[in-house]
Design a protein around this ligand. Structure first.
Ligand SMILES: [Fe+2]
Ligand SMILES: [Fe+2]
Length: 308
């Protein structure tokens, strides 16, 4: 039974905010999901081997591109590096998708499940479930380790998915989805890349565009006061920092004979890699900024992550 306000009388007590706007957005996204969704188990050609001589991601988007270390690599090693970097980014994708699934469940838990808004949250969780399996299968297909974002980020993620506020949930989500989207969009559009990484990117880009709309609209609807804003900025700064720095796990440099410490330092000081990250993050940082979520409290973290 639901009340006139659309709330269930038992337990689900969060007041429904912006019911009309939420309904309109969610109905549009649900209709689009019904029309265009993918099952990566059957729609990705997992049986096909990698095409020899093809990069897994465009060379200019790799962390060492433009450095003396890059110049010293053979073509074969550069392709190998592209494989490990795509796998590392995918493993960070899984880390964040698992965080996001829990945050969306927390969002749905307090709200009316008969609303389109909650049904879209549940639909998005189902999408993310399939994406995480898809990324995991891609990592296995590549035959490389599951790098992950590193121990510290893993543990911070454990905390964040439990305590995140509304702005942090949707701000963090929008950021990670936008930055992955930017990398994958280029990959899927480049016909010279490995067909399988292009296929995986295409599925992800199409389904994520709905998630980005959902997160962005939730984010800009919520207004936060000046004191609270500092807290939101700090936590969002941490999410941006950990997820961006974590994209490339330094352990992967060993796969092409580079000492991880040396590789990490070279990437950190690589102006080209910094420019790539800034470009990939520009849209998301713009949205956070307009929502009042970029400021003194987190600008140092964004700078340290190389995204501003
Ligand atoms: Fe996803
Ligand atoms: Fe998503």
């Amino acid at each position: 039974m639901t009340t006139a306000a659309g709330r269930r009388p038992t337990g689900r007590t969060a007041p429904e905010e912006w019911p009309e706007e939420r309904r309109r957005t969610a109905e549009r996204l649900l209709a689009s999901s019904a029309k265009v969704s993918f099952d990566p188990l059957t729609e990705v050609d997992w049986a096909s081997p990698p095409v020899p001589g093809r990069y897994y991601s465009p060379a200019h988007n790799l962390s060492l591109y433009g450095t003396p270390l890059w110049d010293a690599l053979t073509e074969e090693q550069r392709i190998e590096l592209s494989k490990h970097e795509v796998a590392s980014i995918a493993s960070v994708g899984i880390w964040f998708e698992e965080i996001l699934m829990q945050m969306l469940l927390r969002h749905a838990f307090d709200r009316d499940p008969t609303s389109a808004h909650v049904q879209y949250a549940l639909t998005e969780i189902a999408d993310e479930c399939r994406h995480s399996v898809m990324f995991a299968k891609m990592i296995s297909w590549m035959g490389v380790p599951t790098y992950g974002p590193g121990r510290l980020s893993h543990e911070l993620g454990r905390l964040f998915k439990t305590i995140s506020t509304h702005s942090q949930t949707f701000g963090g989500t929008m950021y990670v989805e936008e930055i992955l989207d930017a990398f994958q969009r280029e990959l899927m559009n480049d016909e010279s890349m490995q067909p399988l990484t292009r296929q995986v990117s295409r599925i992800h880009v199409i389904e994520e565009s709905r998630h980005i709309t959902y997160a962005r609209e939730e984010l800009v609807r919520a207004k936060v006061g000046p004191v609270r804003r500092r807290y939101e900025q700090l936590l969002l700064g941490l999410v941006v920092h950990r997820s961006t720095v974590g994209l490339i796990n330094p352990k992967l440099y060993a796969a092409v004979g580079i000492d991880p410490k040396v590789g990490r330092k070279a990437a950190r000081n690589n102006p080209h890699w910094r420019a790539t990250k800034t470009q990939m993050a520009a849209k998301a940082i713009g949205v956070l900024d307009r929502a009042g979520l970029v400021g003194r409290t987190n600008r140092w973290l964004l700078r340290s992550a190389g995204v501003i």
